[in-house]
Design a protein around this ligand. Structure first.
Ligand code: GDG
Length: 420
């Protein structure tokens, strides 16, 4: 059950790849108020540490309430008796409670892909109690990190008086809801197989040739989003060139910035900032036929992504806040011979698992510069030691294990406590 992605589209349910799809219609006004507004200009910045100022508008909230109800009705209409429904992400936080009212027979799970913020921030939301009530309609609520789960259980206790025993919440009506971390993962083997194909190997070599065979190729891959720390990392790279710590004749930085939410004001501002920043650094340090930064504001296919991951010596993943960050895990999956280095923000959920990455505080430009040069300059033996351990982690904890863990727990709801 989902939105097809363009406004005012009336689509009948259909089958694709053996899956039944049920489209939910959104009007142009709802896309503006519910999706670009409340979801992406209120919840997204609020849950990401207020990296941009969230806007609070009652008409956006009203639209969020209505659209959430529509999704719940659509799910209620197609779910078999006693079925399991797994609701995904911050755009649908009211669906669990709406759905339970319509269909008390269902087993309902919810997974939040972005951080759940600390109480000091969440408490600003004018509709905070409604959101917590919405989520508590689920039997099991999954978060990316331990901190996210704890932030939520604290809020549920202090705002709604839920009784808390470790990761279990007992509500006034006696129903028990579990709130737990399930760090999301990737199809590690699928990515590795793709990276191994001759087409991807050849394309990776071609990319390096096209860039003038740099000694060190740095890579960033992100949606163009202010949470991803893209200007900070590019500024750090520019300073390293200006100070002569990196030689523009020997290094290259490829930054893919996939277009995202372009009708939201903060995203337009970020795009302008990036255009200026990259233009200035390339203007200052470029050579004929050789710009140090290749900045691409476009999306690419999976094969091209795998080729870039294969080609890059240093992957720079430095979000200011990120629920998990899958790009970091995809890079690791594509490092077939344990070479390459991952620079990773302490504030990505992935940092809790990927302890052998080159971890960094992305707000600290000097630290970013030091870690980027360290990752580029460390002995191959040291980089391999780290990469081996990172690969063990992402191969053992893949997407099947993630989904299996959540669904197994949901099948056993109401759950016993896991302990602290
Ligand atoms: C949210 C949370 C959490 C990107 N550009 C292209 C492309 N991508 C793919 C990447 C990766 C995915 O999109 C991005 O995932 P991330 O995890 O890096 O970031 P968000 O989009 O912010 O995702 C995040 C995630 O949900 C999952 O729970 O990890 O914290 O914010 O898979 O490869 N794929 C293709 N072309 C592109 O141009 N094919």
């Amino acid at each position: 059950v989902g939105w097809p992605g363009s406004p005012d589209e009336d689509l009948a349910p259909f089958e694709h790849g053996g899956l039944g799809l049920v489209p939910v219609r959104l009007s142009a006004g709802e896309v503006a108020d519910y999706y670009e507004g409340f979801s992406n200009a209120t919840v997204w910045p609020l849950y990401h540490d207020v990296l941009a100022p969230p806007e609070y508008h009652r008409e956006w909230w009203q639209s969020y309430v209505e659209v959430n109800r529509r999704f719940a009705e659509a799910a209620a209409a197609v779910a078999a008796p006693g079925a399991t429904v797994w609701v995904q992400d911050y755009q649908l936080q009211l669906v669990p409670a709406d759905l339970r009212r319509l269909r008390p027979d269902l087993r309902i799970g919810f997974f939040l892909h972005i951080p759940f913020p600390p109480a000091e921030l969440f408490a600003r939301l004018p509709w905070r109690d409604r959101v917590i009530e919405g989520l508590l309609g689920a039997d099991l609520i999954g978060f990316q990190t331990v901190a996210g789960a704890q932030n939520f259980t604290r809020m549920a206790r202090s705002r709604l008086g839920a009784a808390r025993n470790r990761d279990l919440l007992t509500l006034a009506d006696g129903r028990v809801v579990a709130a737990r971390p399930y760090p999301i993962a990737i199809d590690t083997r699928g990515f590795q197989s793709l990276a191994k194909t001759p087409a991807v190997r050849e394309r990776a070599a071609q990319v390096r040739r096209d860039l003038g065979d740099p000694e060190t190729l740095f890579l960033g891959v992100d949606r163009l989003d202010y949470t991803k720390g893209i200007p900070q990392r590019i500024r750090a790279f520019g300073e390293l060139l200006a100070e002569g710590r990196l030689d523009p004749a020997k290094v290259a930085f490829v930054q893919i910035a996939t277009p995202s939410r372009e009708r939201v004001g903060e995203y337009r501002r970020l795009r302008d900032e990036m255009d200026r920043l990259v233009g200035r650094i390339n203007g200052d340090h470029g050579l004929i036929g050789r710009a140090p930064i290749t900045y691409l504001h476009s999306g690419f296919g999976r094969e091209e992504m795998a080729a870039l991951y294969r080609a890059a010596d240093v992957m720079v993943v430095t979000p200011l806040r990120d629920g998990m960050n899958l790009v970091a895990k995809e890079y690791i999956a594509c490092r077939l011979r344990n070479q390459g280095a991952l620079v990773l923000s302490e504030f990505a959920g992935a940092a809790h698992e990927l302890r052998q990455a080159y971890l960094v505080n992305p707000f600290d430009i000097d630290a970013l510069k030091d870690v980027m040069t360290q990752a580029a300059g460390d002995l191959p033996r040291e980089r391999q030691r780290r990469m081996r351990s990172l690969r063990r982690q992402v191969f053992e904890h893949d997407i099947d294990r993630w989904a299996g863990a959540f669904l197994d727990d949901l099948a056993r709801a109401p759950l016993p406590s896991l302990g602290s």
